[in-house]
Ligand binder design. Structure first.
Ligand code: HAM
Length: 423
């Protein structure tokens, strides 16, 4: 038996330590608030599903289903899979519980997903997604809503907006026409394509469009565009979305080579991409999947959605807000017995007002306490000593900027802190 000390987490599956969880909690709160602001309601789904669900929705030929799923037989011999994504489960649950019967649904979920991919920065084997699914609306207005919502999310998180790329995959009929055109074009260059692309010529030719191979990319530059094969309805749908985004002032880039790694999409697909995360720059991705509900046994209902990769989002938030303190709003530094008592009472008063407070406990002079205050990540230290007690005041010392120390009457301290914290 291996020693416990030698045990490590499974490759690609991360522990989230206490000095990281605060960013996650903050992020999850903002996600929740943003989804709620648009009328989306949470749905919680199992992490295990029947393997068949993913094979029938994501597609047998996709990388996810053909080589990335954690699949096993349970003790009953049923083939089960740890969910690689949330859309299939969400649709399965909606059909099972009659959520889509003559009803429209705005749903969201958040949780771990599992894919056996090669781990690297931003790509893990257990990763978290927050997903949003709007089921029951056929028009581009709901597609626009999904994108506008995501844009609000970037603002809520204080992030510079990633770049939005959109495309239309049209109907299955025009995709079939396009596939033929693409295979015919690429067939002429078969000797020069990378090995994966050659294989995909037979299995999933549209995926060749996002090959990273340089030579293949050069060849693709001359390939026909899927947008030229769109039938009237899909073209109008796409133009409708572009019009809504223009009206909302949301910038986007039309990328006719944007195809997704899951087979259930039709018409609109989109990705929010940043160049700040290295190779795994897609923080959010989604699109329309009008055929999926019917494909999984429900009545035909149009639907669209997206999912955000939370590890990538956390990375972005960390990078872009490196100076942001990770700790409480204030750290109470108190010198002497009276000050200690006054500090405890003040701490309670501040918490009543919604501030987060860390109290210095135990021994320590001013220097030592300030050192700990700094280490706690607090934005301000509140200093209480004999002078402050005598004046019924407190010294507010900013810890993240150089100056601005001030003496504030105890009764005004909540207002002063809220102002300093921009609340
Ligand atoms: P997806 O593009 O496979 O779409 O994943 C969505 C997002 O999850 C990606 O853009 C990325 O941020 C994150 N992600 C995917 N794989 C990994 C990984 N191995 N490690 C870390 N992050 C990852 C879907 O899953 C669809 N269900 C999205 C959707 C919802 N479409 C319609 N509704």
């Amino acid at each position: 038996m291996r020693e416990v000390s030698g045990l490590q987490a499974v490759r690609g599956m991360n522990d989230m330590l206490p000095d990281q969880t605060h960013v996650w909690q903050q992020l999850e709160r903002i996600l929740h608030e943003t989804f709620t602001a648009y009328g989306y309601r949470e749905i919680r789904l199992p992490v295990l599903e029947r393997t068949e669900l993913f094979a029938r929705s994501i597609g047998e030929e996709t990388d996810i289903v053909s080589k990335e799923m954690y699949t096993f037989d349970d003790r009953n011999g049923d083939s089960l899979t740890l969910r690689p994504e949330g859309t299939a489960s969400c649709v399965r649950a909606g059909i099972q519980h009659g959520l889509f019967h003559n009803q429209q649904q705005r749903l969201w979920y958040l949780g771990p997903m599992f894919r056996y991919e090669r781990p690297q920065r931003g790509r893990y084997r257990q990763f978290y997604q927050a997903g949003v699914e709007a089921v029951g609306w056929p028009g581009p207005d709901i597609d626009a809503e999904l994108i506008v919502l995501t844009s609000r999310l970037w603002r809520g998180l204080g992030l510079a907006s990633p770049a939005l790329q959109i495309n239309s995959l049209g109907s299955s009929a025009c995709r079939a026409t396009y596939r033929e055109q693409l295979v015919e074009y690429l067939g002429k260059f078969a000797d020069h394509l990378d090995r994966d692309s050659v294989r995909r010529l037979n299995t999933n030719p549209l995926r060749i469009l996002d090959s990273k191979d340089e030579r293949t990319q050069e060849i693709l530059a001359g390939a026909p565009s899927i947008l030229d094969t769109l039938e009237t309805d899909s073209r109008e749908h796409f133009e409708g979305l572009c019009g809504h985004l223009d009206a909302c002032g949301i910038g986007y880039q039309i990328n006719p080579r944007l195809v997704r790694g899951l087979d259930y999409y039709n018409r609109i697909v989109f990705e929010w991409v940043t160049d700040e995360l290295g190779a795994q720059g897609t923080v959010c991705a989604g699109g329309r999947y009008d055929g999926l509900v019917e494909q999984l046994g429900g009545k035909p209902v149009p639907a669209a959605g997206f999912a955000v990769g939370l590890e990538r989002l956390v990375d972005l938030v960390r990078d872009q807000r490196r100076s942001h303190p990770a700790g409480p709003d204030v750290y109470v530094v108190s010198l002497g017995e009276d000050a200690r008592r006054a500090g405890l009472c003040l701490g309670e008063r501040l918490r009543d007002a919604g501030l987060t407070v860390q109290q210095h406990c135990g021994e320590g002079g001013l220097k030592n306490q300030l050192k700990r205050a700094d280490k706690s990540g607090a934005e301000f230290a509140l200093l209480l000593g004999d002078d402050e007690i005598a004046q019924n005041a407190v010294t507010v010392k900013p810890l993240r900027v150089l100056d601005g120390q001030q003496n504030v009457p105890v009764d005004d301290v909540v207002t002063a802190l809220n102002k300093l914290l921009n609340r």
